[in-house]
Design a protein around this ligand. Structure first.
Ligand code: SF4
Length: 343
């Protein structure tokens, strides 16, 4: 039998991931934010402040909200026409069928909402959310997120995907998940069968450090890939986790080796109590510039910022073009002839 998921201060102390003296503070953190560290990730933590421990072990600093931090940093609530739907861009919508995750990240941008108490949309709410999608033919892409959609039962997931499959205007389905690294054992035949869709389906893996791509995670990702599901990666730039050129390079290479194409590197969203993870944008741009030329373009993610308040996601560099000069990977500038069209 595998060890249990760590969910309380007592369990963390017993596992050697927190000192007994921290119990009271960690209880206070746990009252505000959910904790869950499944065995696959707990096994990777050597110290609460190592790159895996930092992501998942609660910390007293979470009780301090910095001046720039917001309860709903990217403005989900303002763009929600019915429970479970976020409609920010004309042709896309988020469907959040549940707010439960297999692991709770200490820097989560939805940390005020996710947790075991967050539950899932009940049948009536789910039907209303699906009806909203069916009634909005401009929605071509539906992004299942949450919470973690792969934490749903295969039956419920299949029901949702069948409903989306039946909408002729939906041409792309995306699932954002941590499951292949957090609870890889969930990627079994029943779940893989549930992911069989007529509509093209993409799975976007959230992973932030190379060590998350364990043999078990790679097996789970390979199983998804064998079903013809393209795999993309999204990561968050995090202080003490991946804020060095070496750590980023290792992560991007590990994702590719696991058949996952790096898609986004997110600037941290300013959720409450996450200041210790913040890496300034200028530093993030330097880190990426340092990697240009060192890793294959296939491994290259777009560095993006979700504009606080919900104005959308934008690339934030680094830039290589300045007027008619272009910068090479070594940092040297070159003039480029770029004549205007004749006539
Ligand atoms: S898996 Fe995603 S939604 Fe869940 S806690 Fe982590 S960042 Fe938040």
């Amino acid at each position: 039998m595998s060890p249990p998921t760590l969910r309380t201060a007592s369990a963390l102390i017993a596992a050697g991931l927190a000192p007994a003296a921290a119990r009271e503070t960690l209880d206070a953190v746990a009252e505000r934010y959910a904790t869950a560290i499944p065995p696959a990730l707990a096994a990777l933590i050597d110290h609460p402040d190592d790159p895996i421990g930092r992501q998942f072990v609660p910390h007293p600093d979470e009780l301090h909200t910095a001046a720039h931090e917001r309860l709903d940093p990217i403005g989900d609530d303002a763009f929600s026409p019915v429970p479970g739907i976020v409609h920010r861009y004309a042709d896309r919508a988020l469907l959040k069928p549940l707010l439960v995750c297999p692991v709770y990240c200490r820097f989560c941008f939805r940390r005020e909402h996710v947790g075991p108490e967050g539950g899932l949309l009940d049948d009536t709410q789910l039907d209303r959310a699906l009806a909203w999608l069916a009634a909005n033919p401009q929605i071509g892409e539906v992004i299942l997120t949450g919470g973690d959609p792969l934490a749903l039962s295969p039956r419920r997931l299949a029901r949702i995907l069948a409903a989306l499959d039946a909408m002729a205007h939906v041409h792309t389905i995306r699932i954002h998940t941590r499951v292949p690294v957090a609870t890889p054992e969930r990627i079994d035949t029943a779940l893989l069968d549930a992911l069989e869709t007529e509509t093209p389906l993409w799975v976007v893996l959230h992973a932030n450090h190379a060590r998350e791509l364990t043999p078990a995670a790679r097996t789970a990702l390979r199983a998804l890939s064998r079903r013809g599901i393209p795999l993309l990666g999204q990561s968050v730039l995090l202080r003490g986790v991946n804020d060095s050129p070496e750590a980023l390079e290792d992560l991007l290479r590990a994702l590719l080796a696991a058949r996952v194409k790096p898609y986004y590197l997110h600037q941290l969203d300013a959720a409450p109590g996450t200041q210790r993870f913040h890496v300034p944008i200028a530093e993030g741009r330097r880190l990426l510039a340092d990697l240009r030329g060192r890793v294959t373009g296939l491994a290259w993610p777009t560095y993006v910022l979700d504009i606080p308040g919900g104005a959308g996601k934008v690339p934030i560099g680094p830039d290589y073009l300045d007027g008619n000069r272009v910068r090479d990977p070594a940092g040297m500038w070159h003039e480029v002839a770029d004549p205007a069209p004749a006539g």
